[in-house]
Ligand binder design. Sequence first.
Ligand code: GYE
Length: 328
Amino acid sequence: MKHFFRRVLAALALALCAALLCGCEAKPASPAQPAMVVGFSQLGAESGWRIGNTASMEQAARRWGFGLMLDNANQRQDKQIAAIRSFISYQVDVIVFSPIVETGWNNVLTEAKNAGIPVIIMDRMIETDDDDLYTAYIGADFLAEGRKAGEFLLKKADAMGAEHLNVVEITGTEESTPMRQRQAGFMEAIDGDDRFTVIESISGDFLRSKGEECMRYLLDKYGAEGIDVVYSHNDEMTLGALDVLEAAGLNPGRDMVLISVDGQQEAVDALKEGRINCIVECTPELGESVMAMVDALSRGEEIPKQNHPEETSFTEFDDLSGLAPRGY
Ligand code: GYE
């Protein structure tokens, strides 16, 4: 009876979802009773990566025949917490969320746990002492991404025969996992090599507009001659910086080294044109893996706690002619 009640509630919730939750869309395979109902709190729409990630979740839910209650929090943690609370009261089968920052989730995740709803954390991670607050995590190895960016710089500096390079870093959202770990991995890779000085790290919040602002500020402060390398934590910010550099009559990729992360099509095109030197791949295509986990949970199976997708990097040293369209 309780089960029936949950199903009816979830089906109703799906139908009402568009009205109740901002930017939310319900797409059950069978409108009456999808096999599983997933509540998905997406953190925003700040980048091509994020938009690709949302599409990946929607497509995969459709393919698996699961209902998806999607809420887009527009970069606000309080909205994510409210969305998770509403998923709990709708009694969805599984909650998936991509935490904008790492801290501040203990209370709401305890509520989910007390309600017996499994939580899959996707993309970014949380900081917690209690691993029981989530069932599984799936997302990139951001530390490895940062290291790859640093390793590219070592190789590039060798190829240039450079004696000394001034590096500026445009970071992602403060206190987010990709920001913290992309920075740490990069610093670790170049640490102890006195050819490099990181003269400034500044947050561009993963946004193209802020990437532009940051680049304008850095150019004003150090001048083009004072900056040899720009390491930017995502493609949107890199593309913003690229516009500013080109508008200033500079040749990024040639007289300044640009290193980026993500691999969205527009940035890959710029890499192929020689305007970016390296892009560390971070895949947003996590939907299939997430839904496979949801399916396993529906059958009472155990799922691995930590899951990282395979990722590579694209650089000016590689032949990129055969690279398939990125799809985001
Ligand atoms: O790199 C960036 C997005 O969390 C991995 O968030 C994600 C990052 C991605 O805004 O473009």
